[in-house]
Design a protein. Structure first.
Length: 244
């Protein structure tokens, strides 16, 4: 862990479906480094994103958090779909608030040249269950057809929005100057090659780190997450913040 507290805000965006152990680990790692964790939502719908409403309210929330927090540092972080949200916002907070922004994405696929990513938006319930089962989702919930139908419906709805975020990134070409990517070695849904492809969309510092585990981080990946976050923080220094 870093020897000195890194005052500022770590903005966290969840995977499709929200919450989960990965988001909790991000928040815990932020607190241990003196960062204020700010958990925000992804866009509610394609219209929420395309209309600019999501960006506007999210940038406003980040601005209020920065005003309350010493240091002024902003780090955008997200898991899977949430990583797409972080990349989409990279030009927002930095430009509107005037502080450097680093980006950390966890098992987030880079869109191909046509804006496509691996997606659940068209998967039937049983295929979604297979993805979740490999990620350690409770079997008793997946075996309950009504519960599975409800879970799958919510994931598909979020995946439609994730598809739109990927299309936007491919067409608008945002290029974070600091992007650190963490990829689970056993993630069958988002293979490491799709995470490594972010290298071509970064204008400056790019780091790719492999971690044990699948799509969601478990305890074995926590130490790796800590090191990745420390690495990103070292690229956003107090002297840079003072010149922003």
């Amino acid at each position: 862990m870093s020897e000195h507290p890194a005052a500022g805000v770590l903005v966290c965006f969840p995977a499709a479906g929200g919450g989960g152990t990965t988001l909790a680990q991000l928040r815990d790692a932020a607190v241990r480094r003196g960062l204020t964790p700010l958990a925000l939502s992804n866009a509610d719908s394609v219209d929420d994103f395309d209309s600019g409403r999501w960006r506007e309210r999210t940038v406003s929330e980040i601005g209020r958090a920065v005003d309350r927090t010493p240091g002024g540092r902003i780090v955008l972080a997200g898991h899977s779909m949430g990583g797409l949200s972080a990349v989409c916002l990279h030009s927002g907070p930095g430009a509107r608030i005037g502080t450097p922004s680093g980006v950390l994405v966890i098992n987030t696929p880079c869109p191909d040249s046509s804006g496509r990513i691996p997606t659940m938006s068209h998967l039937p319930d049983r295929e979604i269950a297979q993805v979740l089962a490999h990620d350690g989702f409770p079997k008793e919930l997946l075996d309950d057809e009504d519960m599975l139908a409800e879970i799958a419906h919510g994931l598909r709805a979020d995946a439609v929005v994730a598809d739109r975020l990927a299309e936007w990134i491919a067409s608008h070409g945002p290029r974070p100057d600091r992007l650190h990517v963490l990829s689970g070695r056993d993630d069958r849904f988002i293979p490491t090659a799709r995470c490594a492809a972010w290298r071509d969309r970064v204008s400056g510092d790019f780091q790719l780190t492999l971690a044990p585990g699948g799509h969601s981080l478990d305890g074995t990946g926590a130490a790796v997450l800590e090191r990745v976050l420390d690495g990103l923080l070292t690229t956003t220094t107090p002297s840079e913040e003072g010149q922003a």
